[in-house]
Write a protein that binds this ligand. Structure first.
Ligand code: AMP
Ligand code: MG
Length: 331
């Protein structure tokens, strides 16, 4: 299959809508990362998404709709605080997990009775979702366990020959995946951290908890148990206070013939005296740059050494989660 990359315009949107109607798969940009979209009501389309990604069938997908889509046709919107969260943060990088009405393919929820729904804020995503005007199941448009894509070329590297069309909306601004929040319980539960933080949710909903997974628990968000986001090469991860060990590892690797690069925040990078890719100076910059930097690192080096970022922002929780999972093979 030939994979086309097209700018977003009336023509490419008409083509995207046609492919979606025919139960095919289209990659599209959002403000977080690129998504791999298919008709959520079609078993065939959803299966094609899992196949293209090589994603385990027990890891559910998020359904994406445009801002005027009536989500009450898809889910039970039980708790009033969920409405408050929607008023404040939707459209945006927030996915809410509701009790499903069973209106989409059961493959989307991977056997759970819940359904995750997101309304992206980016113009490209909304144009695509309006053009198709139906719920679109979409995980990140990377091969399972590889780094999430934040440019059309990142998608192309993983998806060439597997899907017919990538809509190119430039580089994603947010840079990390949406915050996933379970709203089926009296207090909202963060299943995955992102740019909408614990404090932001708590200030609107009155309460908020992080989901904790103890051994033997039924996992609420199966995605979190999988290793994610990894460069296709050797990796290592060091906490920020162990930056000197990271430099030692860098030097040792070079003596062994590797061509390593360090990924870390700018302030630490400047002190190391080694080749590094800087994530920026603020938490928002770290988030926006983390996947882009990991893609660059993978292209430039054969060994990626991550050093933890550490600011006072809760966005750093989400960035650290991505960076440590990417670079820590043990996790
Ligand atoms: P990705 O598609 O790569 O952005 O990952 C989607 C994330 O949302 C994964 O961590 C999933 O486990 C989570 N997710 C999707 N649907 C549900 C659901 N119904 N209940 C809980 N978590 C979900
Ligand atoms: Mg993903």
């Amino acid at each position: 299959m030939k994979t086309e990359i097209l700018e977003i315009n009336d023509e490419s949107l008409a083509l995207a809508a046609k492919i979606i109607r025919e139960e095919g798969v289209v990659a599209f940009p959002t403000e977080t990362v690129y998504g791999l979209g298919g008709l959520a009501t079609s078993d065939k389309a959803v299966r094609a998404i899992y196949d293209a990604k090589g994603r385990p069938a027990d890891n559910p997908l998020i359904v994406h709709v445009h801002p005027d889509y009536d989500i009450s046709s898809l889910v039970e919107t039980e708790y009033p605080y969920a409405e408050e969260l929607r008023k404040k943060f939707v459209p945006g990088p927030l996915t809410l997990v509701y009790k499903s009405k069973g209106k989409v393919s059961p493959l989307v929820s991977a056997g759970l009775d819940s359904l995750a729904v997101r309304v992206p804020s980016s113009e490209g995503a909304q144009k695509f979702l309006r053009a198709v005007n139906c719920p679109i199941a979409a995980p990140s448009a990377n091969v399972s366990k590889h780094i999430s894509p934040v440019t059309a070329m990142h998608v192309y590297e993983d998806m060439k020959g597997k899907i017919p069309l990538i809509l190119d909306g430039g580089r994603c601004s947010g840079g990390i995946e949406s915050t996933v929040v379970d709203v089926t319980t009296p207090t909202p539960l963060i299943l995955r951290s992102g740019l909408i933080t614990y404090d932001m949710i708590k200030s609107v909903a009155g309460g908020c908890e992080y989901a904790k997974h103890k051994e033997g628990d039924k996992i609420k968000s199966p995605g979190v148990k999988y290793k994610h986001y990894s460069p296709n090469c050797k990796t290592a991860f060091f906490a920020r206070e162990r930056a000197s060990d990271a430099v030692e590892e860098y030097e040792r690797a070079r003596r062994e013939g590797f061509d390593p690069v360090v990924v870390c925040d700018d302030a630490v990078g400047r002190t190391l005296g080694v080749r590094y890719i800087g994530l920026g100076k603020t938490s928002e910059e770290y988030a926006s740059n983390v996947y882009y930097a990991l893609h660059l690192a993978e292209a430039q080096a054969d060994y990626v050494i991550g050093i933890g970022v550490e600011g006072d922002s809760q966005v750093d929780v989400g960035v650290m989660n991505r960076l440590s999972k990417a670079c820590n093979k043990e996790e």
